[in-house]
Unconditional design. Structure first.
Length: 100
């Protein structure tokens, strides 16, 4: 994610909007990913969906709070390459998590 310094400084202003719509954002993401046959098998149970939602919520809030300098995931990978270790380890694959 390439943002200007001004855009990065403005990200915390979006937090109230995200907080108000977070459930809808996460549910929409899960439904979208579940419609992809390659990803749907990874989201075959409620626990996997809950893990996806939790990891995406943590990621989104870290971006808004400036805790995600350089758009890196928890494992240090760039956001475009980020893989949720809980989903990948459970499924035994390295299918990427999709991040806004």
């Amino acid at each position: 994610m390439l943002l200007t310094r001004e855009e990065e400084a403005s990200l915390p202003l979006l937090e109230p909007l995200f907080a108000r719509h977070l459930d809808l954002i996460l549910e929409t993401l899960a439904l979208h990913l579940g419609s992809d046959p390659d990803v749907a098998s990874l989201l075959s149970d409620d626990l996997a969906v809950a893990r996806l939602k939790r990891s995406q919520q943590e990621y989104l809030l870290s971006v808004l709070n400036g805790e995600n300098q350089g758009s890196n995931g928890r494992d240090g990978a760039q956001a475009a390459q980020y893989r949720d270790p809980s989903v990948s380890a459970q499924a035994g694959t390295s299918t990427p998590s999709f991040i806004f």
